[in-house]
Design a protein around this ligand. Structure first.
Ligand SMILES: Cc1cc2nc3c(=O)[nH]c(=O)nc-3n(C[C@H](O)[C@H](O)[C@H](O)COP(=O)(O)O)c2cc1C
Length: 325
């Protein structure tokens, strides 16, 4: 079985993290990933704290393995963050900025910190803050992210990580992606888009079918998400969402001035919490083009890890040294 130092740091068996999905209910998927040996994650965005606590209780009924609870700076909900500290998951994962004060609070509570970064400057901040794992997220990621591609960002972050395990995210959907990430110096991968199209993920069947049918160019990076998404909680935070196209998004991008944030924001949050978020904002990356079926999470994890192992062996064997003249 493929193991790396990431497995020792997080107490998992295979070097794969299931991504957090903001407001979407992913308890069954996250638990299935944990039971498959990876690290499952639970998003928190825009959910009331009582709702989150019910999710965490369901999670603990389904697995006693380590999992992560995720927060971001768009926006940071202090009440939900404090509830997370009280819940004491194995790890807190964080995105859209590097908050040293929160890292310290998590460490004081005995919780590991997984920091997602979108550029090398954020990675340097993460190293200074003493985070336990750094996720280098390339701009091809589904959901909110930056602009540097995964294949450029991962080695940059590895070079300055000073021994902190680096995880690659963005565009990774199969064993080839995991093998490539390890060759770039990462200790594992975080996977979002591929795992949305799993049996256990609690999103509309229509969204999963769109992922299976999608071409890489069916996803767009949004320039005007400030017209309908919450503002960032701290000044140096940033992130641009990537999503499958919808009529709503085509409209916002073409005519941002026509969208009224005070009306559109609450309408979309309500749709997300009611399970209709995909009608407006189906966060998805172009790795959807590599997804051809909806499978149980355990099968997805097993195939990715087994295929990566085979590919790494085969590649090492096929790259022979040229004989000296
Ligand atoms: C539906 C969806 C929602 C996401 N929400 C979050 C989130 O709330 N917090 C976070 O840290 N990352 C979030 N992400 C980004 C993932 O953590 C991860 O970086 C990304 O999915 C990796 O790229 P991939 O989609 O190509 O696998 C989200 C991604 C998707 C697809």
């Amino acid at each position: 079985m493929l193991r790396t130092r990431l497995c020792d740091v997080l107490g998992i068996e295979v070097p794969l993290i299931g991504a957090p999905y903001g407001p979407f209910d992913q308890v069954e998927l996250a638990a299935a990933i944990c039971e498959s040996g990876g690290l499952g994650s639970l998003g928190t965005a825009v959910r009331p704290v009582a709702d989150l606590r019910r999710q965490w209780a369901r999670m603990r009924e389904l697995t006693d393995r380590p999992f992560a609870i995720n927060h971001t700076l768009r926006p940071l909900n202090e009440e939900a963050f404090q509830a997370t500290l009280d819940e004491r998951p194995a790890a807190i994962s964080f995105h859209l900025g590097v908050p040293d004060d929160l890292v310290e609070r998590a460490h004081d509570a005995g919780i590991l910190w997984i920091q997602q970064v979108m550029d090398v400057q954020q990675a340097e901040q993460a190293v200074r803050a003493g985070t336990d794992v750094i996720v280098a997220q390339g701009g091809e990621a589904g959901g909110q992210g930056g602009e540097v591609s995964t294949v450029v960002l991962v080695p940059q972050v590895v070079d300055i990580a000073a021994g902190t395990p680096v995880v690659a995210a963005g565009g990774i959907a199969d064993g080839r992606g995991l093998a490539a990430a390890l060759v770039l110096g990462a200790q594992g991968v975080a996977i979002g888009t591929r795992l949305l199209a799993s049996v256990e993920m609690n999103i509309a069947a229509e969204w999963k079918s769109r992922i299976v049918a999608a071409e890489a160019r069916d996803t767009i990076k949004l320039a005007h998400s400030d017209r309908f998404m919450p503002p960032f909680s701290r000044p140096d935070a940033y992130g641009f969402p990537r999503s499958l196209r919808t009529a709503f998004l085509e409209d916002v991008e073409a005519h941002p001035e026509r969208v009224q944030p005070a009306e559109a924001g609450p309408r979309i949050v309500e749709a997300m919490l009611a399970g209709r978020g995909h009608e407006f904002l189906p966060f998805t990356g172009p790795s959807a083009a590599l997804v051809h079926d909806i499978l149980p999470a355990a099968e997805i994890v097993r195939r990715i890890v087994d295929d990566a192992e085979t590919i790494l062996h085969r590649t090492a064997e096929s790259c022979t040294r040229a004989a000296p003249h």
